[in-house]
Design a binder for this molecule. Structure first.
Ligand code: 2KA
Ligand code: SF4
Ligand code: MG
Length: 264
């Protein structure tokens, strides 16, 4: 049975409709895998190097903290869709791998839970990945008399805690309770954007035994950069860091292929 409620999802806009696009996963543990991306709008962080500012820079105060300094119109940048309608749209593409990203998708986890209950009931084989900044823990909800939530519906969590190079206000980017919760999920992998040497030190402290105590095999490190040149310039140093600490290295494959474009 379809779940229908009034809680609509807020998605980013691409070509006048919701931002849904078929591409290859460009980052992290599933890099290179074909997948349908769905981009939610809205974020609880304000990363200076964010490559999707059109999902959250809707005030001049926010424009002032982003590297581009550009202000976006909320009206033009957001569109609403019912969870059941989104599930229908995703299902009709025949895609077998879905990546929910943002913005921060976990801000809308109740509506996404409804969407996924619908999608997985009609298309049980689809694999769902979520890109999250790791500040918001998954919760359980009662839907059609069943307890369910993202924790049971998501196949792979790509958790990307933000380090000091992202320049969020102190204490905001790292939620220790949420991070240790994700750390305890067997299907969560971690992806760290490295924007400079300070981020390398932050990373070693955060993943080390005194903090998260993450196994290096679950950690991917990725260069910050919105051009192929920036990414290539940073990769050699990150490769050495991976060799020393046994982290995994990821490029930003979609940037290398298509550049910094929306919908790829
Ligand atoms: N191809 C591609 N791979 C991605 N992996 C994570 C992305 C994101 O924006 O979260 C992303 C994206 O925007 N495009
Ligand atoms: S958490 Fe992600 S979407 Fe939000 S500001 Fe940072 S990079 Fe952008
Ligand atoms: Mg992206």
């Amino acid at each position: 049975m379809m779940v229908t409620t009034k809680s609509e999802l807020n998605l980013a806009v691409l070509d006048g409709g919701p931002e849904i696009f078929y591409t290859v996963q460009g980052e992290g543990a599933s890099v290179g895998r074909p997948a349908l991306f769905v981009r939610t709008s809205g974020c609880n962080l304000e990363c200076s190097w964010c490559d999707t500012p059109y999902t959250w820079v809707f005030s001049s105060a926010k424009a002032a903290v982003h590297a581009d300094g550009q202000l976006y119109s909320r009206r033009a940048s957001q569109t609403r869709i019912a969870p059941a309608d989104l599930a229908e749209r995703i299902g009709s593409t025949g895609s077998t791998r879905i990546v929910l990203t943002g913005g921060e998708p976990m801000l809308q986890q109740k509506s996404l839970t409804e969407m996924l209950v619908n999608l997985k009931s009609t298309h049980p084989g689809v694999i769902v990945e979520v890109e999250t900044n790791g500040t918001i823990e998954p919760r359980m909800y009662s839907i059609l008399g069943r307890r369910t939530g993202m924790e049971v519906l998501v196949d792979q969590w790509n958790v990307s805690p933000k380090l000091s190079g992202a320049r969020n206000s102190p204490g905001r980017a790292l939620n220790p309770a949420a991070l240790s919760r994700f750390g305890g999920l067997p299907n969560a992998v971690f992806k760290f954007v490295i924007a400079g040497e300070k981020d390398e030190a932050d990373l070693l402290r955060l993943v080390g035994p005194a903090n998260l105590g993450l196994q290096p095999a679950r950690i991917w490190i990725m260069p910050e950069g919105r051009t192929p040149e920036e990414i290539r310039a940073r990769l050699p140093r990150l490769a050495e860091l991976c060799k020393v600490h046994r982290f995994n290295l990821t490029t930003r494959l979609h940037i290398e292929i298509w550049g910094d474009k929306q919908g790829v």
